[in-house]
Design a protein around this ligand. Sequence first.
Ligand code: BGC
Ligand code: IFM
Length: 811
Amino acid sequence: MRFGHFDDKRREYVINTPKTPYPWINYLGTQEFFSLISNTAGGYSFYKDARLRRITRFRYNDIPVDSNGRYFYINDGGEIWSPGFKPVQNKLDFYECRHGLGYTIITGRKNDIEAQVTFFVPINANCEIQRLKLKNVGSKNKKFNVYSFIEWCLWDANDDDRNFQRNFSTGEVEIEGSTLYHKTEYRERRNHFAFYHVNADIRGFDTDRDTFLGQFNGLNNPDAVTRNKSFNSVADGWSPIASHNVEVVLAAGEEKELIFILGYCENPADKKFMPDGSLNKAPAHELIERFNTTEKADKAFAELNDYWSSLLTQFHIDSPDDKLNRMVNIWNQYQCMVTFNMSRSASYFESGVGRGMGFRDSNQDLLGFVHQIPTRARERILDLAATQLEDGGAYHQYQPLTKKGNNAIGGNFSDDPLWLIISVAAYIKETGDFDILKENVPFDNNEKLAAPLFEHLRRSFYHVINNLGPHGLPLIGRADWNDCLNLNCFSTEPGESFQTTTNTEGKVAESVLVGGMFVYAGPDFVELCRRMGYNDEAKKAQQYIDKMEEAVLKYGYDGEWFLRAYDSFGKKVGSKECEEGKIFLEPQGMCVMAGIGVKTGEAKKALDSVKKYLDTKYGCVLLTPAYTKYSPALGEISSYPPGYKENAGIFCHINPWIMAAEATIGRGDRAFELYKKIAPAYIEDISEIHKLEPYVYSQMVAGKDAKLFGQAKNSWLTGTAAWNFVAISQFILGIKPDYDGLKIDPCIPSDMKEYTVTRHFRNADYVITVKNPNGVCKGVKEVTIDGKKAESNILPVFADGKKHTATVVLG
Ligand code: BGC
Ligand code: IFM
C-alpha cells in the first residue's frame, strides 16, 4: 500500500494523506540554518547545532506523536482548520504534501479556501521562509482570519527540556510592528536572537503561550483562535511564542500571499543594544528586507532549485529503470547531503541533544557526498581530524557549534581511526588535491599539537598496529563499527563504570571486522605514502597489511564465513561453534571488499553463506541466530529483543557492503538483487509494512525474528545513505574516482543492457555509456573516449571544463 507517489519531474514525493503510518519528514537548509518538517508541518529549527542553538521547541515522544511545529490556523466564520491538518485535525476537502529538495509544500483546502504553504530555507540565509498562498476557489467573497504559531526554544535544547526552575523566569520578547522577537538571555550571555515576521499589517499578536492557548487547551484549540482575536500578550518568562493574526479578504477567485520569515541573527558584542536599551534589530531588518515580497521569495526559491539542479548534475544516470534513476539521481544523493549536514544529531529518532557529529559517521557520510561539494568535504575532514587524539584514536563525536571532540557517548571505538584514511582517500580521488595531506591540523583540538594531515593518517594506521591482540588481530576496544558488540564487558548504562568480569583489561577481545577494514583501507595509506615520497614507509605499511590479511585468513575464518571477533575470554564470536550469533554480516562484507580470500575461494563461500543464512525478503540481517538472552560478555547487542537493531535487525547500513563485496567477486545479479531489496523506491508498495518514509533509507528494518518483520526504524540519519550510493555508483554502475582518473569497472545484472552516466569529475563532464551486448555482469572489453580507442578503463583527467564522451563495452 502507498500513501503517495514520486513526482520525478519535480523531484518530489507527493503525500496525499496526513495520516501516514508515522510522520514523514523532510529537511530544510543546506548550510547553517536547518529545519525538520513533517508532512503535517511539525518539527523544529536550529542554527548549526541542534543541541546548543535550538530556535524552536519540539516535544519528543509526546502524544500525539510529532508535537509542535510551525502551524497556521484559519478561522473562517467560526470554522477553524489548519492547512497541514495538524494541529486542528479538521477534515479537509483536499490535502497534499510535497516534500522536495530542501523545501516542503503543504496544501489544504476547506470551504472554498485553498491554503498552500511553501516552506524553505534560502541559500546563504539564516531563516525559514513560509509562503502562505491563500486562494478563494469559490464564487462568494471571503473574509477570514489567519493565525500563525511557533514556540521558541530557550536555545540550549537540553536545558530547555529540564531546567524549569530557571527557564520559566528568563523568557523575553520584543514586538515591533509585524515582527515578534525572541531575546531570552540576550541581556547577559547571548548575542543572538530570533524573530518571526510577516510581510503584512497584523490585527493582533501573541507571544505568551499560555495566554494564546488558555490553560486547558492544546494546540488544536487555542483560545486566541477560537475567540478569533489575539490577546496581544507580551511574554514575561514562562514559554514565549510568536503568533500573528492577519485578517484576509478575498473576492471570488482572488489570491493573496503572506510571507512569514523565521530568522536567526547575531550581533557583535559591542552592538547588542540600541541607545534606548532595546535590541539592535538591524540584522533582522536586513534579513526581512531580503525576502519580504513575492518576487524576492520567488527568486530565493528559484535559487534553491538551481542549487539542487547543479548539485545533482554531478552524477546523473539515464537507464531504463525508473526506480534506479530516481534513487540515484534524486533521493539517495539528497539523503547523502542531509546525513553529511546532520551526522546523527537531529531526526525524528535522534533528539538532537544526544549526539553531535560522529567521527565514524561523518567520515562515512562524506563518501556519499564528496562529489557534490568537495570543498565542504575538505573542511569536514579537517574538522574531524582536529578531534583525533595524539595516539591515533579519536573522540567519538564533536558538537558542530564548538567543533570540540567529546566522548559523550563513550570513546575507544577501535574502527574510528581507519575511517579517516578511507574518507581522505575518497576526497583525494575525487579532487586530486594531494595538498590536503600537508595541511596542519591539531590533535585533540590543541593547536600546539598540530601536524600535517598525513601524520594523522599515519597515526590512524599505527593505532591499529599498536593495538593488536593475541591472534594478531586488532583489539576491539569499547566496540568497533557495531556499537553494541561490547566484548570488554562495558556497562551499557551511561555513567556506570567498566566491569572487569574478565580481568583481561581490553587486551584479549579482538575484531575481525577491524582486521578486514585495515586491509581495505591500508592500500590507500600505502599509496599516499608513495605519493608523499615515503617509499620505505609504504613498503613497511604493505607488510603490515599482508600480515593482517594472513591473520584474518588464519584466525578470522571459520570454514564457511569470516568470524566476527574473539571475546575477552578468547572465545570465538560469530562462529559455527557458537550457539547463537553463529554468523555476522559485517565481516563478510568488509573482508571481501578488502579482497581477502577472493583468489583463494573463502570470499565466495562467505557470501554464499550470507545468502544461505542471513538473507531475507527485506534484506540481510546482521547476524543469526539472534541472541535470546542478555550476556555481559557480549554487551548491548544482546539487550535488544531478537530481530531488532544490532541483534539480527536488517541493518541497512551493512547491506551495501555485501553488494560491494558481491561486485568485488563479479556477481552483479546478486549485487543488484540486494540493492533492490532495500532501496526505498523499490519497496514503496509496502509502505504500510515499512512504516517510514518511502523516499529515504532507514537505519534498520526489523529482521525475521521480530514480530514486526519488515518494519523500519530510524529513518534519514544513517550511514546507509552514503554506503548505498557508493555501492550503486562505484561498485555496481562502476564509476570509480581514482587517484589518476575516473575508473570504469561496472558489475551489473546480466539483463541490464545499457545505461548512461553523466559524471562531473575534476572540472570536466564525462558522458559515459556502458553497453552490455552479451549480457555479462562484469569485464570491460573496450573503451573509447571522444571517439578514440582507449588504452585502459581509467578515463584521464581532462580538467578542461568540457564535455567528453566515453563508450564502455562489456563482454
Ligand atoms: C546503536 C544503538 C546504541 C548506541 C550506543 C548506536 O549506534 O545503534 O543501539 O544504543 O549506538 O552507543
Ligand atoms: O556504526 C554505528 C553507527 O555509528 C551508528 N548507528 C549504528 C551503527 C552500528 O552500531
